[in-house]
Design a binder for this molecule. Structure first.
Ligand code: PMP
Length: 358
């Protein structure tokens, strides 16, 4: 009978992580990881790390990392909140800011963790359909609501609201009585940020991650920037759950990553060039491909085969991409951008599967 008292939830399903023994056999294009390692300065920091310090609790507010992020982004350190990946930051933000009987709103096609957090925290929510070109419809976000979440660039579509960045500002401006979260997990790959707006709108929270552009998915660092009052409320909730979220190691490695801007820019621009080349190759092969500003491509093969069967056939060849059997997106695959070599192998597999040579 105790099961009647359990918090029943349907968890988020992350992309498959092959075990360490399989990792060399698999071309892993399913969780938007960076194909290049973190900066060599991170390796230096790892080597220099004093393991005896591990017996001591870390800084509760990850102060050195918070200050380094603040310096890079041109904000004050009390406008920065740090968490264990942006999933942790977003989850804390849902818990802190969405406490209304009115529904939180976000697009129907977006990061599929948002509805999971809403469910686990018992937050009412409503999704708003993106238009046929997969863009946000501004008027949908001008109704009464308990908060708003927008991923920009969006996932899994890859589309950035560059042309309509003003639309996001209008949504933030029209919703001053609730918090608007803009999830910028992929912004470093060419999207436009709304960060400059945080000084004008105290209801805007911008969330970022080290997982993609800084090749830190395995370290787990995410952060949010916003008005210091927003950050204070986030900290109140965080300190009510777990004071020491960021390990000493994560803090030191994060600071080291931020110290190498040149490496960051170079590796991000390598991913962007590979993305553009691979998108063109996919279009040549008859795929519909969105204009991605991220480190993944959203591509539909339905002019020649179903996305589900291409997904399965790639998987059988040890090439992992992501496919969701869900309304509106079941004709599409999300393909993380790997190295040129990985993408060549992926394209060859596509040709082999479709029986066509290009
Ligand atoms: N937001 C979006 C839109 C994402 O795609 C992801 C990656 N799954 C995240 C947030 C979370 O990434 P992380 O927790 O690794 O920072």
């Amino acid at each position: 009978m105790w099961e009647n008292n359990v918090r029943h939830v349907t968890p988020y399903v992350p992309g498959e992580q092959p075990g360490d023994d399989a990792v060399n056999r698999v071309i892993k294009l399913n969780t938007n990881e960076m194909p290049y390692p973190p900066s060599p300065k991170v390796m230096d920091a790892l080597r220099a790390f004093d393991y005896t310090k591990l017996r001591l609790y870390p800084s509760t507010d990850a102060a050195p990392l918070r200050e380094a992020i603040a310096a890079r982004e041109g904000v004050d350190s009390d406008e920065v909140f740090i968490g264990v990946g942006s999933d942790d930051v977003l989850s804390m933000a849902f818990l802190t800011f969405f406490n209304s009987a009115r529904p939180v709103i976000f697009p129907d096609i977006t990061y599929s963790f948002y509805d999971v957090w809403a469910d686990v925290y018992r937050i009412p929510y409503e999704t708003k359909a993106l238009d046929d070109d997969l863009h946000i419809v501004k008027s949908d976000y001008l109704c009464e609501n308990g908060g708003i979440v927008i991923a920009n660039p969006n996932a899994p579509t890859g589309i950035s609201a560059d042309a309509d960045i003003d639309i996001i500002e209008e949504i933030v401006a029209a919703n001053r009585s609730v918090v608007v979260i803009v999830d910028e997990a992929y912004v470093d790959f060419g999207g436009e940020t709304v960060l400059p707006l945080i000084s004008r709108y105290d209801n805007l929270l911008v969330v970022r991650t080290f997982s993609k552009s800084r090749a830190f998915a395995g370290v787990r660092i995410g952060y949010a920037m916003g008005d210091r009052k927003l950050i204070r409320y986030l900290n109140d909730v965080k300190y009510s759950i777990n004071s020491y979220t960021m390990s000493r190691l994560a803090i030191e490695l994060g600071v080291a990553s931020l110290s190498d801007e040149e490496y960051f820019r170079r590796t991000v621009s390598m991913v962007v060039s590979t993305r553009e080349w691979c998108a063109a190759e996919l279009r040549k092969r008859g795929f519909a491909v969105t204009d991605s500003k991220t480190n993944f491509l959203f591509a539909s093969p339905v002019s020649f085969m179903s996305a589900g069967s291409l997904y399965e056939a790639l998987r059988a060849r040890n090439i992992y991409v992501r496919w969701w059997d869900r309304p509106r997106i079941r004709d599409w695959l999300r393909i993380s951008v790997g190295t040129d070599e990985e993408m060549r192998a992926f394209l060859e597999a596509v040709d082999d599967i479709s029986g066509r040579a290009i």
